[in-house]
Design a protein around this ligand. Structure first.
Ligand SMILES: Cc1cc2nc3c(=O)[nH]c(=O)nc-3n(C[C@H](O)[C@H](O)[C@H](O)COP(=O)(O)O)c2cc1C
Length: 171
């Protein structure tokens, strides 16, 4: 790997909600989308579409519709991950895998990103309307992307707290 060590990328990625004004190049946007495209999916169904949110007014309208996604309005770019539940037995997991791949790709490129949860949210339909997403598709997530203007810290539960051997509960 050249851009960043894999484990470093996984561990150091943080949700970034504040961005500088710097534009994200088309080259980087394509790299991020490529990372989404290469995510695994059930039976390789690839039930996704990615909508690049380039227009600030569109991002503002989407941001306003969400509960915890107001920062999308000030992000230089966004990506909405749409899935087709009829194309895959596991469209939610497929879309989540694509979303995570894109978060990691953004981080590996020196960008910051935040997953804005949309699936089953009360605003999913409102955002679908704004983005003209067909009724039979689902909005899995929205990702805000830009150059980081904050460096939040997070920790995680210890491995020993969350790991069992051979059956649930056995340490
Ligand atoms: C399914 C999902 C939905 C999320 N929705 C939101 C959201 O609506 N707004 C937000 O600011 N962060 C959202 N996040 C980001 C999480 O709050 C964040 O990943 C978590 O606090 C861990 O922090 P870290 O990503 O910096 O490690 C979401 C994350 C996931 C996985």
């Amino acid at each position: 790997m050249t851009e960043m060590d894999f484990f470093e990328a996984v561990k150091d990625r943080r949700r970034i909600r504040r961005y500088t004004k710097e534009k994200v190049s088309d080259d980087f946007i394509v790299k991020i989308l490529e990372a989404g495209r290469w995510a695994p999916s059930a039976d390789n169904s690839q039930p996704w579409n990615f909508i690049v949110l380039r227009d600030k007014e569109v991002r503002e309208r989407v941001a306003e519709a969400t509960t915890w996604g107001e920062f999308l309005a000030d992000a230089p770019i966004g990506v909405a991950v749409v899935v087709d539940p009829r194309s895959s037995t596991h469209s939610v997991e497929d879309g989540a895998a694509a979303t995570e791949n894109m978060l990691l790709a953004a981080h590996a490129l020196g960008l910051g990103a935040c997953w804005i949860g949309s699936y089953n949210s009360f605003y999913e339909e409102a955002v679908k309307d704004i983005l003209a997403i067909p009724k039979d598709k689902r909005l899995l997530s929205i990702i805000s992307i830009g150059y980081p203007d904050e460096y939040p810290k997070k920790d995680r539960k210890e491995l020993r707290e969350i790991t069992f051997t051979d059956r649930y509960g056995r340490k």
